[in-house]
Design a protein around this ligand. Structure first.
Ligand SMILES: C[S@@+](CC[C@H](N)C(=O)[O-])C[C@H]1O[C@@H](n2cnc3c(N)ncnc32)[C@H](O)[C@@H]1O
Length: 289
C-alpha cells in the first residue's frame, strides 16, 4: 500500500515546529494529528506505521501551518483541558493557562470541606474554567460568573451546560461588581494584569490571540485589583476568603491593596515554577470583647 505514514507526517511536522521555536514539538504535533485523524494520541503512538488518508493529511497540514504562525493549539482546535475538564475556547476568551490551576488548589486548601453549599463568585470568568473547576470539586456549591464581555459570557454559559453544572451556575454580563449584591464564601478572580505598556512586548501567541480586555490591567497592571479588593471587602461573608491570581512580582502590591481595603490574613500560593501565582485574604472580623 502506498501513501504517507503517521510516523512520516509526525517527523516532518516536528522538524518544522522545532524550526519555528515551538517548545514541545512532539506533544503538539501528536495532539493536532490525533484530532485531525479522529484517533487518540495513544493510538497515534501505538500504530505509527498506519497510512494517513489524504483528507486527514490535508486537514493536519492546514492546522500545522496555523501553528507555525504561532497560533496556539487550543485556538486551532477550539477547546482545551483545564483541571482535567474540557473547555470550549473562542477568540473572545482567554486561553486558560495551566498555572491558573494554582488558584483552584489554593481554594481547596482553605476550604477543605467538599460538601458545604459554598456561594462562589468569579470576577472575569472568561471560559468559566476557574469557577467550573471549583463546582466540579464542591458538588453542593453555587457559582456566579461575571464578565463584561457578552461573547465570553456566552462561552462560560456553554461550558457550564456542557459540563453539567448549569443548574448551579449563573453567568452575568456586567462591569466587575456593579450589579452584584449578597454574601459569598469564596471570591475568585484572574483579572487582566499585564501593564498596558508591556502588551506590545508579549509573545505573539499571547498578544495576537488572547483578547486585549483579558490582558490589559492598566498602566501598572493593578487597576482591576483596586476595584476588586473593595468588591471583596463588601461581598465576603464573615468566614469568607478572596483569591486573586497575580502576575509575576505583583504579590506585594496586591497584598497591600487587600489590606487597605480592610482584608486580613493575606497568604501566597506558588505555582510549579515557584512563582507566587495567588494572593488570598480573609474578611476582617473585629475581636469579640
Ligand atoms: C485574564 S481573563 C481570565 C479568564 C478566566 N477566568 C481564566 O482564568 O482563564 C480576564 C477576564 O476578565 C474580563 N474582564 C475584563 N475587564 C472586566 C470588567 N471591567 N468587568 C468584568 N469582566 C472584565 C475579561 O473579559 C476576561 O474574560
Amino acid at each position: 500500500m502506498t501513501g504517507t505514514t503517521i510516523q512520516e507526517v509526525l517527523n516532518g511536522a516536528v522538524a518544522q515546529l522545532r524550526l519555528a521555536g515551538i517548545e514541545q514539538p512532539w506533544r503538539e504535533a501528536r495532539i493536532l494529528l490525533a484530532e485531525a485523524t479522529g484517533a487518540s494520541v495513544s493510538t497515534i503512538m501505538a500504530w505509527p506505521e498506519r497510512i494517513i488518508s489524504r483528507e486527514h493529511e490535508a486537514l493536519f497540514a492546514g492546522w500545522l501551518s496555523r501553528r507555525l504562525d504561532q497560533e496556539p493549539v487550543s485556538r486551532i482546535l477550539g477547546h482545551r483541558e483545564f483541571w482535567s475538564l474540557p473547555f470550549i475556547v473562542t477568540p473572545a476568551t482567554l486561553d486558560p493557562r495551566p498555572d491558573s490551576e494554582t488558584l483552584v488548589e489554593a481554594v481547596l486548601a482553605v476550604f477543605p470541606n467538599r460538601n458545604r453549599p459554598y456561594r462562589i463568585v468569579d470576577f472575569g470568568t472568561g471560559t468559566g474554567c476557574l469557577l467550573l473547576a471549583l463546582l466540579s470539586e464542591y458538588p453542593n456549591a453555587y457559582g456566579l460568573g461575571i464578565d463584561r464581555s457578552a461573547a465570553a459570557a456566552r462561552v462560560a454559559q456553554a461550558n457550564a451546560e456542557a459540563l453539567g453544572f448549569a443548574n448551579r451556575t449563573s453567568i452575568v454580563i456586567c462591569d466587575w461588581d456593579e450589579a452584584i449584591t449578597g454574601g459569598f464564601d469564596i471570591i475568585i478572580s484572574n483579572p487582566p494584569y499585564i501593564p498596558s505598556p508591556e502588551i506590545a512586548t508579549l509573545m505573539p501567541a499571547v498578544r495576537d490571540y488572547d483578547p486585549l480586555p483579558a490582558l490589559d490591567g492598566g498602566h501598572d497592571g493593578l487597576d482591576p485589583y483596586r476595584v476588586l479588593c473593595h468588591a471583596a471587602q463588601r461581598l465576603l461573608k464573615p468566614d469568607g476568603a478572596v483569591f486573586f491570581e497575580v502576575g509575576k512580582g505583583q504579590e506585594n502590591d496586591a497584598e497591600q491593596l487587600l489590606r487597605v481595603a480592610g482584608l486580613e490574613n493575606c497568604d501566597y500560593r506558588r505555582d510549579l515554577a515557584g512563582i507566587v501565582r495567588v494572593v488570598s485574604a480573609k474578611s476582617f472580623r473585629p475581636l469579640q470583647k
